[in-house]
Design a binder for this molecule. Structure first.
Ligand code: HXC
Length: 509
């Protein structure tokens, strides 16, 4: 009986982490504890813990006197809506959640299990970084985690929740995961903190400005979403997991749906304004195509000229990439190309079909774009689409000009179904620009120029030239887009593509 009692006593001590006082301090910052976060993340009573009694082995600086059970991280597995996931959750109440050799080993153990058994890894980060008393042993522990992030990449989805400090080299583990969610005002990520920044560059900046949720979702694009508090962020991870396959040989989950596949949306017939320079909201099209209007947007606050996210069609996950005419006329620039390229590659790695909605006037011109390498960054999106072998369905709603036409999942990049609305204009450039080049001699004759422009519009401001050449498979009625797109994806469920052997490609980085 005593041993049973001892187990309970030891468990109770482990569950208390750094003790009541530190738990209260954690709560006073508006943060949940490591265990409370896991409770919320996983289905009720599904959590199975590993290594609850692991303790560090450090004997320097009197560390042998303090060996808390669990060593600052709670690890294990459980389910989200019945589907297996592995999780680690750093416990800031135990030595600031700092990473020791054993702390790192606990994380590595569940990462190895996740890779072996094919299930997502969800990491909850809340840590003061490398355990200072352990020196290089702690750096080695990080290195082992990094290597597993790389091995797991493209094998199982990896999701990071940043719920406290994440600084120094520690940021590079989440940086290599597929999605990063942050909590506003209580989390930050930076390679060097405000004090070092001040010393080296003389810039004065707060931790929040340097690496808070706003900075990383709006400016740097390091993070994919920012939430008001721990509870909201965790609820959104549960929603995201529902869209994803468990591993790269799994199919995305098919969920019950209550939306007619043949639903006709007459309002789409008037979505595109008569004036080609007038914007409209591409999100309206996405939500009208999606089952039950549910669009899970990724990187909503960054490069708003392109939309990325997940919807379901006939209950199955589809990744959506769409130009947004409301912002920068929907043109492609460096940020949009990077954002969409990474999303396309995630979808392709995990066998998620891609729907591309096109209204793109071209790449954004200018020295700032050229100097910052728009050629290379634009090529990322081109490359990502071209290498993707998942089912690809494209709908051009209006403009598809120049190189951007080719990039946006055109027929030439192995698009499976390339549809165009009657409002489409597929051309090298807009009619005015084109006329001014090919009829330069008439530049000073506005009447002639206007006539040339009209001629060019008559010739190219429609989808039919492209349709005659077969680079558009069909011109479709906007109102029937959901039906057409669903049928297209249904017909592609058995798609298989052979590519020549290579070790891996050399995508422009
Ligand atoms: C050991 C640490 C620790 C660390 C915090 N603690 N960070 N213990 N190693 N890295 C302990 C504190 O001693 C304290 O213990 C408890 O955690 C809570 O810390 P506080 O400072 O009281 O909390 P707070 O005021 O909220 O400040 C949090 C903090 C600060 C900003 C993270 O603790 C801090 O600056 N820590 C050091 C950060 C750092 O320099 N880390 C190394 C970065 S380099 P008690 O017993 O009082 O509760 C790195 C490289 C990784 O990480 C490289 C990978 C390749």
């Amino acid at each position: 009986m005593d041993v049973l009692q001892e187990l309970e006593t030891r468990r109770e001590a482990a569950r208390m982490g750094g003790g009541a006082k530190r738990i209260a301090a954690q709560h006073s910052k508006g943060k949940l504890t490591a265990r409370e976060r896991i409770e919320l993340l996983l289905d009720a009573d599904s959590f199975e813990e590993f290594d609850m009694f692991v303790a560090h082995r450090c004997t320097d600086f009197g560390m042998e006197k303090e060996r808390p059970a669990g060593d600052g991280v709670v690890t294990g597995w459980g389910t989200i809506n019945g589907r297996l996931v592995y999780v680690f959750s750093q416990d800031f109440t135990v030595m600031g959640g700092s990473v020791s050799e054993t702390h790192g080993q606990k994380i590595c153990k569940i990462m190895d299990m996740a890779i072996q058994n094919g299930a997502p890894i969800i990491g909850i980060n809340d840590s003061g970084g490398a355990r200072i008393q352990e020196g290089v042993a702690s750096l080695a522990a990080y290195g082992e985690v990094f290597q597993r992030n790389i091995t797991a990449s493209g094998v199982v989805p990896q999701i990071s929740l940043i719920m406290g400090p994440t600084a120094g080299g520690a940021v590079y583990s989440p940086a290599m995961t597929d999605f990063i969610f942050m909590v506003k005002d209580s989390s930050y990520m930076f390679v060097t903190g405000p004090d070092v920044v001040k010393t080296v560059t003389n810039e004065q900046v707060t931790a929040e400005e340097l690496g808070g949720a706003g900075t990383h979702t709006k400016k740097s694009s390091v993070a994919d979403a920012a939430f008001e508090n721990d509870v909201e962020a965790i609820a959104e991870v549960r929603r995201l997991i529902d869209f994803l396959p468990l591993h790269n040989r799994d199919k995305p989950p098919v969920r019950p749906f209550f939306d007619d596949v043949n639903r006709i949306e007459e309002s789409l017939d008037t979505l595109v304004p008569d004036n080609p320079n007038m914007p409209y909201d591409m999100k309206e099209l996405i939500t009208k195509l999606a089952d039950e209007g549910d669009f899970y947007e990724i990187q909503e606050e960054f490069a708003k000229n392109i939309l990325t996210g997940f919807i379901r069609l006939e209950g199955s996950t589809v990744g959506v990439v769409a130009n947004q005419p409301m912002v920068l006329a929907g043109c492609l620039d460096i940020d949009a190309s990077r954002k969409a390229a990474r999303f396309v590659r995630f979808c392709d790695a995990f066998d998620i079909p891609i729907l591309t909605l096109v209204d793109v006037p071209g790449f954004l011109p200018g020295t700032s774009q050229e100097y910052a390498g728009v050629i290379k960054h634009g090529a990322k999106l081109l490359f990502a689409y071209g290498e993707a072998t998942v089912p690809k369905v494209t709908v051009i709603t209006r403009k598809a000009y120049g190189g951007a036409y080719v990039v946006m999942s055109s027929k030439h990049l192995r698009g499976d179904f390339n549809y165009a609305w009657p409002t489409s204009e597929i051309a090298v450039m807009g009619a005015k620009g084109a006329t001014e080049i090919i009829h330069r001699a008439d530049l000073n004759n506005p009447e002639k120029l206007a006539k040339h422009t009209r001629d060019y519009e008559d010739r190219f401001a429609n989808p039919f030239v492209a349709a005659e050449k077969g680079v558009i498979d069909e011109v479709i009625m906007p109102q029937s887009t959901r039906k057409r797109v669903c049928r297209a994806f249904a017909s592609l469920r058995t798609k298989k593509v052979q590519t020549p052997w290579k070790k891996h490609d050399n995508i422009p980085l």
